[in-house]
Design a protein around this ligand. Structure first.
Ligand code: AGP
Length: 609
C-alpha cells in the first residue's frame, strides 16, 4: 500500500504535497518523492526513508510549480532505494507517474518495451507504466493513459503529469483508492480523504477502470474507452481525527475490516488455479533446495508464533515434512539441532522483532536455510533471510496484529502447497482445488464481517468478566490462543487459550458462571469431541460462546451464544475463525474504555530482547 497526493492551483504545490504525504505516511514510509511542473518543465525530487528526508532534500534543492504529484512508498517490487522511489519517468523525462497498487504483468510489458528500445532505471512495476504511456502517447495524454491501462493487469491508483500537457493531472483507478478534492481555485488528489480534509470537504471518488483529467477548475471522468462518465460530488462530514482512520473509531477496527482486501493483495499475482501455479518472486528457493528440506522449523513471537502453529499443521498435512514451531527467544538460545537440510521460517509483521532476528542469526549460524514471512519490505529480518515472502498487507498501525495474521496464514498456506507439489505429496488437481478454495476467502472474510453487530452484542454481555477461556482442537487450537491474546492485549482481561482436550487436565477447575468460554466448534473430524467439551463446560455453569460453521443446527442445542462463519475447507478455517475473536476482543476493550490502538505496556514492534 502506498500514498499518493497531488495539487493543482495558484499556489506553490510542494508544501501542499509534503503535508499530504505526511498524512499518508501510515500507508507506507520506506521512500518518497515529488514531481512538479514549472514553466512547462518537469522537476523531480525523491529519496529513501521517511518524508522528513524528502523535506530536507527539498530544502537543499527546492523545486517550484503550481502543479505537482507526490508519493510515499510501501515497497512491493524492488527494494527501498532512491531509484525505486516514485515518481517514475519515461525515457525522455517528459512524463512522470506515481502509483499505488501492483502491476501483475509488469515483467512481460517491461520485456516488450525494452525490445522497443525503452531504457529502465528501476526494478519497479510502476516504471513500466511511465514507458507504456510514453509508447502510447501521440497527442492526447488522457487517451495515452487509458490506452496503456488497457494493456495492464493488476491494481492501480495513478497520477500522471507531463510536459506535453503541463496544465493538468491525469488520474486513474482500479483496485486502489483515489480521491479528487475541490477547493477554491485549487484541486487535490489523494489516496485517502483525511489527507485533503483540511482544504476541502467536496470530493469525487474514482471508481474502478475510470480515468480522469483534472485542471485547476475542472474535472472530467471517462471509462478506459474514453467515454465520458458523469460523477457526483460528495460532501464529507468526517472530523479530521476520525478521518485519519478512514471513518473507523480505531486503526484496529479499520485493519480488521481491511482483511478481505489485504488477503486479496497477498494472493494477487501469485496464484493461477487453472494451472495450479503458486509463485513468490522473492522466495529465492530453488526446486533442488526445496527437495533437500527434510524438516521445517517456524520461529516467531506472539501472534506470528500462532501463525506458525497453524503452519505446522498445514506443512505436515500438505507436504508431509516434519514441522515444529519455536518461540524465537527460546530457539535462539537453546542450541537447536538443525542443519543445511532444515528450513527455518521466521514469521514477523514488523521484520524488526529482536528475538526473531536473533533466531534467524542462530539458524544461519547452524547452516539452515532461512526464509521469512514479513510485512515490511527491506526490514532487518527480511534482509537477513536467504529468501522472503511479503504479506503485502499494507502498514499495520494498531498494536494488536490482525490483518498481518490472516495474511501470514495465507502465505503459509501457499508455501505448504508449493512444498506439497514439489514433494509430490499433493497432486496438481488437489493443488488446483486448494487454490480455488483460497481464492474464495476474501469474499468469505467479507461475509464474516457481516456478523459484527452480533459480536458487538455478545461483547456487551461479557465485557465485565475478568477471566476468559478459549478452547480449540486441531487448527482451532492456535486460533484459541490468538483469540485469547487479542483479548489480553487490548482489554487487559486475563484470557487463556487451551487445547480443548486438555481442559479436563486442569483448566476445568476454573469454570463457573463468571467464566465465559469461547470454543472453536468448527466442522471437521473433531467436531463431536468439541460438543463433548461444550457439555462439560455447561455442566459447570460456564457461558459457552461457540464459533461454528453456517448451517450447523446441532450447536444451537448446547451453546449459549453462536457466531457463525461461512463454510470453507478445514485448512482455511483458521483465517475465517479468527475474525470474530478479533472483533470480540475489540468491542470488549472499547466497552471497558481501553486504549485500543496503543494498549498499556505494549509496543507495535518489540525491537529489544
Ligand atoms: C500481536 O497482536 C502483538 N502485537 C505481538 O504479539 C506481536 O505479534 C509480536 O510482538 C510479534 O511481532 P512481529 O510479528 O512484528 O514480529
Amino acid at each position: 500500500m502506498c500514498g499518493i497526493f497531488g495539487y493543482i492551483g495558484k499556489k506553490e504545490a510542494v508544501p501542499f504535497i509534503i503535508e499530504g504525504l505526511r498524512k499518508l505516511e501510515y500507508r507506507g514510509y520506506d521512500s518518497s518523492g515529488v514531481a512538479t511542473l514549472e514553466n512547462n518543465k518537469l522537476f523531480v525530487s525523491k529519496c529513501v526513508g521517511k518524508i522528513a528526508n524528502l523535506e530536507n532534500l527539498l530544502k537543499q534543492k527546492p523545486i517550484g510549480g503550481q502543479i505537482g504529484v507526490g508519493h510515499t512508498r510501501w515497497a512491493t517490487h524492488g527494494k527501498p532505494s532512491s531509484e525505486n522511489s516514485h515518481p517514475h519517468e519515461d525515457c525522455q523525462g517528459k512524463i512522470v507517474v506515481v502509483h499505488n497498487g501492483i502491476i501483475e504483468n509488469y515483467l512481460e510489458l517491461r520485456r516488450e518495451l525494452a525490445d522497443k528500445g525503452h531504457k529502465f532505471s528501476s526494478a519497479t512495476d510502476t516504471e513500466v507504466l511511465a514507458h507504456l504511456i510514453e509508447e502510447c502517447y501521440k497527442d492526447n495524454l488522457l487517451k495515452a493513459v487509458a490506452q496503456a491501462l488497457c494493456l495492464v493487469r493488476g491494481s492501480y491508483a495513478l497520477a500522471v503529469i507531463s510536459e506535453h500537457e503541463p496544465d493538468k493531472i491525469i488520474v486513474a483507478r482500479h483496485g486502489s483508492p483515489l480521491i479528487i478534492g475541490f477547493g477554491n481555485d485549487e484541486c487535490f488528489i489523494s489516496s485517502d480523504i483525511p489527507a485533503m480534509l483540511k482544504y476541502t470537504d467536496k470530493i469525487i471518488q474514482l471508481d474502478n477502470e475510470e480515468v480522469g483529467e483534472l485542471t485547476i477548475d475542472q474535472f472530467t471522468a471517462f471509462d478506459l474507452d474514453v467515454n465520458k462518465i458523469e460523477k457526483e460530488i460528495e460532501l464529507i462530514s468526517w472530523d479530521p481525527e476520525s478521518a485519519e482512520k478512514g471513518g473507523y473509531a480505531h486503526f484496529m477496527l479499520k485493519e480488521i475490516h481491511e482483511q478481505p482486501n489485504a488477503v486479496r493483495k497477498t494472493i494477487e499475482g501469485r496464484v493461477r488455479a487453472e494451472d495450479h501455479k503458486v509463485h513468490f518472486d522473492e522466495l529465492n528457493l530453488t526446486d533442488e533446495e526445496i527437495n533437500k528440506v527434510n524438516r521445517v522449523v517456524f520461529t516467531a513471537c506472539g501472534t506470528s508464533w500462532h501463525a506458525g502453529l497453524v503452519g505446522e499443521y498445514l506443512f505436515e498435512q500438505f507436504a508431509k515434512i516434519p514441522t515444529e514451531v519455536e518461540y524465537a527467544a527460546e530457539f535462539r538460545y537453546r542450541h537447536p539441532v538443525i542443519d543445511e537440510n532444515t528450513l527455518v521460517i521466521a514469521i514477523t509483521q514488523s521484520g524488526e522483532t529482536a528475538d526473531t532476528l536473533g533466531a534467524v542469526w542462530e539458524a544461519k549460524a547452524q547452516h539452515a536455510k532461512v526464509i521469512s514471512i514479513c510485512n515490511v519490505v527491506g526490514s532487518s529480518i527480511a534482509r537477513e533471510s536467504h529468501g522472503v515472502v511479503y504479506t503485502n498487507a499494507g502498514p499495520e498501525i494498531g498494536v494488536a496484529s490482525t490483518k498481518a495474521f490472516t495474511t501470514q496464514l495465507t502465505v503459509i498456506y501457499l508455501l505448504a502447497i508449493i512444498f506439497g507439489k514439489r514433494k509430490g505429496t499433493i497432486s496438481n488437481s488437489e493443488a488446483t482445488k486448494l487454490i480455488n478454495d483460497l481464492i474464495e476467502i476474501p469474499g468469505k472474510l467479507e461475509q464474516t464481517l457481516y456478523r459484527e453487530e452480533e459480536i458487538k452484542k455478545i461483547a456487551q454481555k461479557i465485557y465485565k468478566a475478568n477471566n476468559a477461556l478459549y478452547l480449540g482442537r486441531g487448527k482451532g487450537f492456535p486460533i484459541a490462543l490468538e483469540g485469547a491474546l487479542k483479548l489480553k492485549e487490548v482489554s487487559y482481561v486475563h484470557a487463556e487459550g487451551y487445547p480443548a482436550a486438555e481442559m479436563k487436565h486442569g483448566p476445568i477447575a476454573l469454570i463457573d458462571k463468571n467464566m465465559p468460554v469461547v470454543i472453536l466448534a468448527l466442522s471437521g473430524r473433531r467436531y463431536e469431541k468439541i460438543l463433548g467439551n461444550i457439555e462439560e463446560v455447561r455442566a459447570r455453569g460456564g457461558l459457552v460462546i461457540a464459533i461454528a460453521c453456517e448451517g450447523d443446527e446441532t450447536i444451537k442445542e448446547c451453546a449459549d451464544e453462536i457466531i457463525y462463519i461461512p463454510h470453507t475447507s478445514v485448512p482455511l478455517s483458521p483465517i475465517l475463525a479468527v475474525v470474530p475473536l478479533q472483533l470480540l476482543a475489540y468491542y470488549i476493550a472499547v466497552k471497558r474504555g481501553c486504549h485500543v490502538d496503543q494498549p498499556r505496556n505494549l509496543a507495535k514492534s518489540v525491537t529489544v530482547e
